[in-house]
Ligand binder design. Structure first.
Ligand SMILES: *Cc1c(COP(=O)(O)O)cnc(C)c1O
Length: 453
């Protein structure tokens, strides 16, 4: 348990986010207007998203985008976050690998999500808005957004995936503590929700449905826009503070990562930790392997197809170029709610297509087994999402042992699991299953996709 920490000071918080698109040889394909099938005019997004965020979304030229002082000052409440050498875990695995993790669980809401939530609330306030809407799966994004909305004096309505609303009541309580209104999705309050409930009255919801509802409410409410916690380019951008800090901390440790791992829902914490290092792969000839750990039950990067698809279930968003399981894919109700999303962001999808990153899939029971080992060796109870990264790291460390080779592994601990103990309870009770998707299951939703490219 004598794990060593590498700590930075307030002045070391990055002053700019890193925009990897500027350095990509093959840029992500543009989003398409579903009506015309032509590249979307960015101004078409202004009714939905804060203007500054749309500009960040489409910025392909500026490597560095300055972090506003107001946002950077709020980051100081918990940033810089620690980098930790996982000595305890290394010892338990008896591996020659050196394992480091960036601890994003120390934020006031317990996950990395606040890095983007504060930035998005700031730009919404700048746009003169009074209200914002969003969706949340397991509740981490909603909690972060509720905190950020409060910080900038905005009213927030959150559509929360119904299964999580019922399984994770305490995240709902956190959102309510910060003054947000929380609605279980699918709900009868929107056309999208009513349509889904009419077809399937017992549907327990998905991120895609909740997005449809939040978008619909934003478009119908004056002075109101929508914010999203993953998938979009500007979210990946804001999260790069994670990797930029980690870069300095790895230097303090006197090492450079050979392997970088993060769990993967829509890609924000993965992008956050990895893009600053991928920059050196692209520009300086470094060769770090970068691995996304996704759940076997929702395997968009390992088994999905690269295709234009909707970001939501009903089809309100533009067509986004992505690795997808099809927007109608309803993932099994695994406990890592934050990883239950049918697609991947367009930057990460392009990087995967160009083989600049890798992906691996992790079974639910392996994730929890890894979580318990991590808790007992590093004294932090990880979020079920983050546990997928830990399981992937353990595989790498075991491989290093077999090969008898030292390698340096860095992973992102995207959040703690203290509000997910019901999931741990189910695991200890033996109630959790592994969900393997059959090819037929996958084909069912993928085959409904229209061929656009
Ligand atoms: C939301 C969430 C994720 C998954 O989202 P990404 O955008 O893929 O990072 C992972 N871990 C935690 C703790 C989360 O809250």
């Amino acid at each position: 348990m004598e794990s060593k920490k590498f700590l930075l000071q307030e002045k070391d918080i990055p002053t700019a986010w890193y925009n990897i698109v500027a350095d990509m040889e093959n840029k992500p394909l543009p989003p398409l207007d579903p009506a015309t099938r032509q590249p979307l005019n960015p101004e078409a997004l202004y009714p939905l998203l804060a203007e500054k965020l749309v500009q960040q979304e489409i910025n392909m030229t500026d490597q560095w985008i300055e972090i506003p002082d107001e946002v950077r000052n709020l980051y100081k409440q918990w940033r810089p976050t620690p980098l930790v050498r996982a000595n305890g875990l290394e010892k338990a695995l008896d591996t020659p690998a050196h394992i480091y993790f960036k601890n994003e669980s120390v934020s006031p809401v317990g996950s990395h999500k606040l890095n983007s939530a504060l930035a998005q609330a700031y730009y919404c306030k700048q746009d003169g808005l009074t209200n914002i809407t969003t969706e949340t799966g397991a509740g981490q994004w909603g909690a972060a957004m509720a905190y950020a909305a409060r910080a900038f004096g905005l009213e927030l309505a959150v559509y929360m995936v119904k299964i999580s609303y019922e399984q994770k009541p305490y995240r709902r309580s956190i959102m309510q503590t910060f003054g947000a209104q929380v609605i279980a999705s699918p709900s009868m309050s929107t056309k999208a929700g009513r349509k889904i409930l009419t077809e399937n009255p017992t549907y327990m919801g998905s991120l895609g449905t909740a997005i449809s509802e939040a978008v619909e409410l934003a478009l119908q409410t004056p002075n109101c826009k929508y914010v999203l916690g993953s998938v979009l380019n500007h979210v990946m951008l804001h999260q790069t503070v994670i990797g930029l800090e980690a870069e300095k901390q790895m230097e303090m440790a006197g090492e450079y990562p050979d392997v970088i791992v993060a769990c993967f829902g829509g890609g924000s914490n993965f992008s956050g930790i990895s893009f600053p290092f991928l920059r050196h792969n692209i520009k300086d000839g470094k060769t770090a392997r970068i691995i996304a750990a996704e759940p076997s039950s929702c395997p968009k990067l390992t088994r999905g197809i690269f295709q234009y698809d909707f970001g939501d279930e009903v089809g309100y968003t533009p067509f986004i170029p992505m690795y997808t399981l099809g927007h109608t894919f309803a993932p099994p109700h695994i406990h890592a709610g934050g990883l239950r999303y049918h697609g991947a962001g367009s930057i990460v999808s392009q990087l995967k297509k160009d083989n600049l990153i890798e992906a691996t899939d992790i079974k639910q029971l392996d994730a929890f087994k890894a979580a318990v080992l991590f808790a007992n060796t590093e004294s932090i109870i990880p979020a079920p999402e983050s546990s997928h990264a830990i399981a992937a790291v353990i595989k790498e460390a075991e491989q290093a042992k077999i090969e008898g080779k030292q390698k340096t592994i860095l992973f992102n601990l995207s959040g703690h699991g203290l509000i997910d103990m019901a999931a741990y309870d189910s695991y200890f009770a033996g109630d959790l299953l592994n969900y393997e998707m059959t090819d037929a299951d996958l084909a069912k939703s993928i085959d409904t996709l229209e061929q656009i490219i």
